[in-house]
Design a protein around this ligand. Structure first.
Ligand SMILES: [Ca+2]
Ligand SMILES: [Ca+2]
Length: 500
């Protein structure tokens, strides 16, 4: 398992390397506040959204822009005041489309066009015959093919009339079937246009993990106008949903080394000015908040108090959502692992096929009349390497066989020894007998040495000294004790062996 985990990480690393090498290095990113809006204080007190213009039935509050509300035949739009001044970008669109009906209408559109569209047009609340990109979150199934809610991108050159009857399916660049209505959390679309590749990642709003995007589509060689206006529009029909946009966050992307440097000086002054403006604005807001708090002390306290409690339903829902998001996490992990396994399998298969092709080519080259025209193989396992591996394996096998024979020999020898021992139980006593003999000889040697000593000492007068007979008697007793002990020990050990 540990090995598998290491391989997996290696694979992830390799994949990321491949992706980054395909993409070049990672782009420089710059947040574009003039092309963005987000809560809190999305709309100012007078209702205006800084750097944006909205119209039709759209309503902006401090928390979101309700582009079209859940009444019949509503149309609204919000457009950036300035066209973009960068080539590549990423837009995070966080939105909610919710309604009481099982199905809703009509949907929401994201725009990037050479000119601002209208605020009450025919295509999801804005103008038809646009030049640029439209990404549509189409709730209502006009062509009755049961394939809505659907997300699709259409690039228009200003000549195509949106094909309402077919839900735009005849004109779409790419799309995917995704449900974005009535989700517990806000749904998110991440639209990236970088080096002519248009990518749409979608977050289905089932979890509050902001990284839970999955890919809706990725199209290369998409030619969009160099500079355009960002916009969002929405419309309702006979059926109606609320279409709320919470965040519109634009980031400009620059390939490494192409970050504009000349504009930096100008923007520093501007930055200081805007910083001051921002601080003033913040101060004003705080003052207003304080004022409001003074004017409505009861309401404020009540709101504050309510936040601490949740109803039983809310709790149940929260628990369901938690459980569900855990399930989603597990599923996502599983699918990721599956992808890895499939990737590894494909890689292995391609290696195998390369080896096979290599073998054919080598033999072809040998039998062919032009040995010099042998094709160079891609860096993979070669014939001679395979041969070397096979040889090594044979050597290992032979060695293993030899070791086996040797072990067998040792085994039979050990067996014969054991059987001999079993047949002649005295053999077990033999080593003990040897011990006994050596003991006797040792005692004998000691005795001789003592005798010599006694002889040499005996010449001297010694009335209290040990007499030779006494000494010999002692030695005799000691020997008998030793003999008895050794016999006893042999006996005991023989008994033990029988037991085992
Ligand atoms: Ca539709
Ligand atoms: Ca449809």
């Amino acid at each position: 398992m540990k090995m598998a985990a290491e391989v997996r990480w290696l694979l992830v690393f390799l994949i990321s390397c491949v992706v980054s090498s395909c993409h070049g290095e990672t782009a420089h990113r710059k947040f574009e506040y003039k092309y963005s809006f987000k809560p809190p204080y999305l709309a100012q007190k007078d209702g205006s959204v800084p750097f944006w213009e909205y119209g039709g039935n759209a309503i902006a509050s401090s928390e979101n822009v309700r582009v079209a509300l859940s009444l019949r035949s509503q149309k609204g739009a919000i457009w950036a005041k300035q066209p973009t001044n960068f080539d590549w970008w990423e837009v995070d669109l966080v939105f909610r489309i919710s309604g009481r009906g099982r199905i809703g209408a009509d949907g929401l559109a994201f725009w990037y066009t050479t000119a601002k569209g209208s605020y009450n047009g025919t295509v999801f609340g804005s103008s038809d015959l646009w030049t640029g990109l439209g990404i549509f979150f189409d709730s209502f199934d006009n062509d009755n093919k049961h394939n809505n809610p659907y997300i699709m991108a259409i690039v228009n050159d200003g000549t195509k009339v949106f094909d309402h009857a077919n839900d735009g399916s005849t004109q779409q660049l790419a799309g995917c079937l995704r449900d974005f209505r009535n989700k517990p959390f806000a749904t998110r679309a991440r639209i990236e246009y970088y080096k002519n590749t248009l990518t749409l990642l979608f977050h289905n709003g089932m979890t509050n993990n902001e990284q839970d995007y999955d890919i809706c589509f990725r199209v290369e060689n998409v030619m969009l106008p160099k500079h355009g206006y960002f916009g969002v529009s929405a419309a309702t029909g006979g059926l109606a949903d609320d279409h709320d946009v919470l965040h519109f966050l634009t980031t400009s992307l620059y390939p490494p080394g192409q970050l504009p440097t000349d504009g930096q000086k100008v923007s520093l002054e501007e930055q200081a000015k805007l910083q001051q403006e921002y601080l003033d604005y913040q101060k004003k807001l705080d003052e207003q908040k304080e004022e409001y708090r003074k004017e409505h002390p009861d309401q404020f306290r009540k709101n504050e108090f309510e936040e601490y409690y949740e109803t039983e339903n809310q709790r149940e829902l929260r628990q369901i959502f938690n459980g569900q998001s855990q399930m989603f996490d597990a599923l996502r992990e599983l699918s990721r692992k599956l992808d890895e396994v499939v990737g590894r399998q494909e890689r292995t298969l391609s290696l195998i096929s390369q080896v096979q092709v290599g073998g054919v080519q080598v033999t072809g080259g040998q039998t062919g009349s032009q040995p010099g025209s042998q094709p160079v193989l891609i860096d993979t396992i070669r014939r001679q390497e395979v041969d070397a591996v096979l040889n090594n394996q044979n050597i290992i096998l032979n060695t293993a066989r030899e070791i086996k024979a040797f072990v067998g020999e040792v085994h039979t020898k050990a067996e014969s020894i054991l059987s001999n021992q079993a047949r002649a139980p005295t053999a077990q006593v033999q080593p003990m007998g040897y011990d006994y003999q050596s003991l006797v000889s040792e005692v004998r040697d000691g005795l001789n040495a003592l005798k010599k000593d006694v002889k040499s000492v005996g010449s001297a007068d010694c009335p209290n000294c040990l007499t030779t007979t006494m000494f010999l008697l002692f030695i005799g007793i000691q020997m008998i004790i030793l003999l008895v002990y050794s016999l006893y020990r042999d006996n005991k050990e023989a008994q033990m062996k029988k037991l085992y």
